[in-house]
Design a protein around this ligand. Structure first.
Ligand SMILES: Cc1cc2nc3c(=O)[nH]c(=O)nc-3n(C[C@H](O)[C@H](O)[C@H](O)COP(=O)(O)O)c2cc1C
Length: 256
């Protein structure tokens, strides 16, 4: 288990080889075993194999080539619809159509997704999560026909790797782990703790010639500039997506 988890890499290039139904079913059954709030399992997953559907998801996922390459896209959803349907047919008192219901299902969904990812990797398959699930949540709801109470929280591509990338670096453990109480670092320690990441990430982004030129032209000189620039996660993007998410949560009956 340690070896498996410590050798994780996101895979962004896939062969055309299929993932057979039996293996997929075994992976999904393993996901089913995940912890969930109250054992209600308020998550669901949409399996996409169909090429026409994948084309639509490809567009929703900002044209990331791995969506078309990988044989499978799995969209994990927070799902209080199913629980509410059960309550409805039993004529019990309704609940869960609120932000807490959404959050409960979102955590359940992500836990199940990660269980499936590890199981898939243990079988030599590759995975990559897609944050574009949030950026296009409204379109994905449309494409996958998600009813009220269901909201996409994360997606993965799944398939046979066509690349063998190196391990990506991680921030020092001490930055993420606090003993008993949260520690706020002084500026000098913040700088020191991020120095290796600044160097590695900057080198990686600049290895792409097109991006290197664009960064130079935009006057971006360090990795933190890059993270919040129009090339990555700008404030404008965050504002626009955040507003869309609140509206879409409202539309799906999952706001206050
Ligand atoms: C929630 C989430 C969203 C992500 N979104 C994307 C994405 O849209 N495209 C992509 O290529 N990688 C995406 N990734 C993969 C990360 O870039 C990757 O996990 C990170 O750079 C560390 O690399 P590693 O997974 O190879 O160790 C995402 C990862 C997570 C957990």
């Amino acid at each position: 288990m340690f070896n498996l988890a410590n050798s994780h890499r996101s895979i962004r290039a896939y062969t055309s080889e299929n993932v057979d139904d039996e293996l997929l079913n075994e992976l999904l059954m393993t996901g089913l075993r995940s912890s969930s709030s109250g054992n209600m399992q308020t998550w669901s997953v949409i399996v996409t194999r169909d090429e026409a559907k994948k084309q639509k998801l490809y567009e929703a996922h900002y044209e990331q080539p791995m969506v078309l390459q990988a044989p499978l896209v799995l969209t994990f959803c927070s799902d209080v619809f199913r629980m509410r349907e059960w309550i409805r047919v039993n004529e019990s008192k309704q609940s869960f159509d609120d932000f807490l219901g959404f959050l409960t299902g979102a955590v359940d969904a992500v836990i199940a997704a990660q269980t499936i990812c590890l199981a898939a990797e243990s079988q030599g398959l590759g995975i990559c999560y897609m944050g574009t699930t949030w950026w296009s949540a409204d379109d994905i709801i449309e494409i996958l026909g998600l009813p009220k109470g269901v909201f996409p929280v994360t997606s993965i591509v799944l398939g046979h790797p066509a690349e063998d990338p190196p391990l990506r670096d991680r921030l020092p453990l001490e930055l993420l782990v606090h003993q008993e109480q949260y520690q706020i670092l002084p500026d000098a320690e913040i700088k020191a703790a991020h120095a290796a990441r600044e160097e590695s990430a900057w080198a990686r982004y600049n290895a792409n010639e097109e991006l290197r030129e664009a960064l130079a032209e935009a006057g971006i000189t360090k990795v933190t500039d890059f993270y919040t620039s129009e090339f990555k996660y700008s404030k404008e993007l965050h504002q626009r997506v955040s507003e869309m998410l609140v509206q879409t949560l409202q539309k799906q009956g999952l706001w206050l």
